[in-house]
Ligand binder design. Structure first.
Ligand SMILES: NC(=O)c1ccc[n+]([C@@H]2O[C@H](COP(=O)([O-])OP(=O)(O)OC[C@H]3O[C@@H](n4cnc5c(N)ncnc54)[C@H](O)[C@@H]3O)[C@@H](O)[C@H]2O)c1
Length: 332
């Protein structure tokens, strides 16, 4: 099986690629080739694998470059490339060009390849496709009313993927991801960055600034779960999805205050003391509209998608997967 990960240099793409390198299979099929495409040169892969791993610099806003990714007809495609929420809001043209233009070019490239070519395409959307006013429990069927350009671009992409699938050009599936937390590495331009920062930095003994009050809620799942969702979507029987190929993924609802309470339970008071409250009016204004509702992922659950069930578990998974099972901040 030939696999293409578009956005393969990003956080989720790298985690997925490492998982493939370690397992050598996807479902019960052996991987014969893995291509990591990204706008920048993805650093060389260090994990040994029993199949070739190719890195390709490809800007998917260019239709000809998008087309070139399909010359060798990958069987399975993950489309993870995106400009994240904060950047898509700050740079309107770039957001539409990458987040909407990119998927349009990819779907067209697949359609124009023709000759019965119909790969599985797994696309990552976001709960940003929803917007208030909310009812009590939000599920797959709640109307899409995004409040950001990023959410609008994801919602439009979902419709494109449904239509190209309905027309038989691609076998698509969309995953509406929760906020992936704890995001490893450096902070990015996602509006949701603070929800990871206040956990990640204190755990390694570094102060973190909390720019907003503790009442802001969010909906979380770990990078480990994100990879699990993608792998499950890669082999799911898509005839079970009907016409709506978009699935709300499972996750954990919680506020900043709930995160801090969980951090205290897992790592103790000294680690929590590294969080400094320094209100930033711009962030507070943004989070005032950030009224994440209780999401209900029963459709995804019934199809076998799973995630964590507590914030404590989410923090412990970060400690296990990123920090070697230890809390470096306690050793300082
Ligand atoms: N991380 C989250 O919390 C979260 C939540 C919901 C949805 N998602 C979605 O999941 C996907 C993966 O998220 P992530 O956290 O790994 O993001 P990321 O920012 O780490 O990775 C995205 C990658 O896309 C690449 N990219 C950007 N423009 C490109 C272009 N023109 N051509 C080719 N590549 C380009 C970037 O260089 C980057 O490596 C994204 O689609 C994101 O919108 C993520």
């Amino acid at each position: 099986m030939k696999i293409l990960i578009i956005g393969g240099g990003g956080m989720v793409g790298q985690k997925l690629a490492h998982k493939f390198a370690l397992s050598g299979t996807c479902g019960n099929q052996a991987i014969t080739q893995l291509t990591l495409a990204d706008a920048f040169a993805v650093p060389e892969f260090t994990i040994p694998s029993n199949f070739p791993v190719k890195s390709v610099v490809a800007d998917i806003t260019n239709p000809a470059i998008a087309q070139s990714l399909f010359t060798d007809k990958p069987d399975l495609v993950f489309h993870l490339a995106a400009v994240v929420s904060g950047e898509a809001e700050a740079n309107f043209e770039k957001g539409y060009s990458v987040n909407l233009g990119g998927i349009t070019n990819i779907l067209e490239a697949i359609r124009l390849t023709g000759n019965g070519y119909k790969p599985r395409l797994v696309f990552t959307s976001s709960v940003a496709v929803y917007g208030g006013p909310y009812r009590e429990n939000i599920d797959d069927d709640f109307h899409l009313q995004p409040r950001t350009s990023y959410g609008t671009q994801k919602a439009m992409s979902e419709l494109l993927l449904n239509d190209y699938s309905r027309r038989g050009f691609v076998d698509g599936i969309t995953l509406r991801l929760p906020t992936i937390c704890v995001r490893p590495g450096k902070p990015n331009k996602a509006a949701s960055g603070l929800f990871s920062n206040i956990l990640r930095e204190p755990l390694v003994g570094i102060e973190a600034i909390l720019p907003a009050d503790k009442s802001a809620p969010n909906y979380f799942a770990t990078p480990r779960s994100a990879v699990g969702f993608l792998l499950h979507a890669a082999t799911l029987d898509t005839s079970l999805l009907g016409d709506n190929r978009a699935l709300l993924m499972p996750g954990v609802w919680g506020t900043v205050g709930d995160e801090i309470d969980a951090l205290r339970r897992v790592a103790g008071d000294d680690i929590v003391a590294l969080i400094k409250y320094e209100p930033d009016p711009a962030v507070e204004r943004m989070l005032a509209n950030w009224n994440f509702p209780r999401f209900v992922s029963s459709r995804a659950n019934s199809l076998g998608f799973t995630a964590e069930s507590t914030l404590d578990e989410i923090i412990q998974i970060h400690i296990d997967d990123e920090l070697g099972g230890k809390i470096p901040g306690l050793e300082k």
